[in-house]
Design a protein around this ligand. Structure first.
Ligand code: ADP
Ligand code: ASP
Ligand code: MG
Length: 468
């Protein structure tokens, strides 16, 4: 019996005609095995950056920059259409939408130049254009393999709220729309090729799910059509024990639990967007991370329960460019509500907290935020606590940057005594100073704050605990 799969291709997997051909070969092979396939695609690699760069250039009046970026985007798609050998109608089916989207870009940039600022809503309208172009190329490449494939704009399928730049999918409505837009195609053995990253509000206003969000789209579509599995195709064999650009000798993991994957992704493993796990977990859909350029490799399976890996650790990650904010004072002891007020003040700045470090006494609160937000957060906290500061109940509100959060992940952490000890001994032996620590609430991760200068060395050093 055929199964139903979502195959999501990332930016490098559709970054050129050669890559798209590989992706289309994979789609065709899965279809020929008798399965139903829904494809979700990213923009061609680098295109989203070019688009958002155009918006920022328009705001600062750099008209020439906008023109150059637009030409570069057009060339990427035209060169790919040529290299795929698209002719006649098939060529029009791909390049007419590219021309239309670039005309939209030009209008949007003109408007931004007049306004002199870019709202989140405008940035989403611009950012979403990349997927709304690449989708036509990939659909054409699949059709070249004799399979009926149709480009589908996710604005028609993925219904979201209006939190622009990080829209939240409304799953009931998305499921209803998917039943109308996608199921008839799948049941007819045809392939919808859907824009990742993109959604729309009930009023039809285009939204995006956040940078790197097409992985999330893959899982949203998978949940909406009750897929048997979601395969995330990227440019590495799967999830590795650490970022291969930082550590040599990394290994590809065979399997991970949803919780482990979610911690790795949240704490900086770029291979998967952290929200991807949610829709999959809710419906129990396995996710497999695979390599477009090494299709026979089984990849990494993410399921309800991963193997225990002999009770060991699974991966080490880092979130860079962080700031450690400290609120301290003897007058905080036993005073209820200080933490609530502190986090309330931070929330009102629209900044999210990446990590909270539990203090053993009530005399200090430490947390981490993106270093770029440190200034506004300190100002907000000083306003919130000006009475306490005047009375010296709070003596210090300060930030330390740049620091890095290094996280070790493994489902066995909660059951294995001595993991924290091994971590500290390893870092101590390497002469690396730890400024703060926190254990993930899921108890499958331990996070440490180190100086930015020690980031790579810390990741390498802790990776030794996994490999060893
Ligand atoms: P895509 O465009 O396919 O979404 P991304 O660039 O977003 O691909 O993510 C894949 C990249 O993530 C890899 O090329 C790799 O460099 C990086 N990466 C970081 N940490 C890890 C990790 N732990 N395992 C695998 N890849 C990782
Ligand atoms: N194209 C989008 C980005 O670059 C989404 C994605 O590729 O996942 O952020
Ligand atoms: Mg990605």
């Amino acid at each position: 019996m055929g199964q139903r799969f979502v195959l999501k291709f990332g930016g490098t997997s559709v970054g050129s005609a050669a890559a798209m051909s590989q992706a289309a070969d994979i789609v065709a092979a899965v279809c020929r095995d008798g399965h139903q396939v829904a494809v979700v695609t990213s923009a061609m690699s680098g295109v989203t950056d070019l688009l958002l760069g155009s918006a920022h250039a328009a705001v600062s009046g750099q008209r020439l920059d906008v023109v150059e970026r637009t030409a570069a985007i057009r060339a990427r798609h035209e060169v790919a259409a040529d290299a795929l050998g698209l002719e006649g109608d098939q060529r029009h089916l791909v390049l007419d939408p590219v021309t239309a989207r670039l005309a939209e870009l030009s209008l949007l940039c003109d408007a931004l130049a007049v306004l002199g600022e870019a709202s989140p809503r405008a940035l989403d309208a611009v950012g979403a254009l990349g997927e709304r172009m690449s989708v036509h190329l990939l659909a054409a490449a699949v059709r070249q393999r004799g399979i009926a494939a149709h480009a589908v704009d996710a604005a028609r399928v993925v219904r979201t709220d209006d939190s622009f730049l990080a829209a939240v999918p409304l799953m009931d409505e998305t499921r209803r729309l998917a039943a109308i837009e996608l199921l008839p195609l799948l049941e007819a053995g045809e392939v919808p090729v859907i824009t990742g990253f993109v959604g729309a509000t009930a009023d039809g206003v285009v939204t995006t799910l956040g940078r790197g969000g097409s992985d999330y789209s893959g899982a949203i579509v998978g949940a909406a059509i009750d897929a048997d599995e979601v395969w995330i195709y990227t440019d590495v064999d799967g999830v590795m024990t650490a970022d291969p650009r930082v550590v040599t000798g990394v290994q590809t993991l065979e399997s991970l639990s949803y919780l482990e994957m979610s911690e790795l992704a949240y704490f900086g493993a770029k291979v998967l967007h952290p929200k991807t796990i949610l829709p999959a977990l809710e419906r129990g859909i396995p996710i497999r991370i695979r390599n477009t350029f090494n299709p026979s490799h089984p990849g990494t399976l993410v399921v309800g329960r991963g193997d225990d890996n002999g009770g060991g650790l699974k991966g080490v990650t880092a979130i860079r460019a962080q700031s450690l904010v400290t609120i301290a004072g003897r007058g905080m002891l036993g005073v209820p509500g200080i933490a609530a007020r502190a986090f309330g003040a931070v929330a009102r700045t629209g900044t999210s907290v990446s990590m909270i470090s539990q203090a053993s006494s009530e005399q200090s609160i430490c947390f981490l935020v993106a270093a770029a937000s440190a200034g506004i957060i300190i100002a907000a906290l000083e306003r919130e606590f000006h009475h306490e500061l005047d009375r010296r109940d709070i003596e210090d509100i300060s930030s330390l940057e740049p620091v890095v959060i290094v996280t070790v992940v493994g489902g066995a952490i909660k059951r294995t005594p001595g993991v924290a000890g091994r971590i500290f001994s390893a870092l101590g032996a390497a002469g690396i100073n730890v400024t703060a620590i926190a254990m993930g609430s899921s108890e499958c991760s331990i996070s440490l704050v180190v100086d930015a200068a020690d980031a790579d060395r810390s990741v390498q050093c802790l990776h030794g605990l996994i490999a060893g």
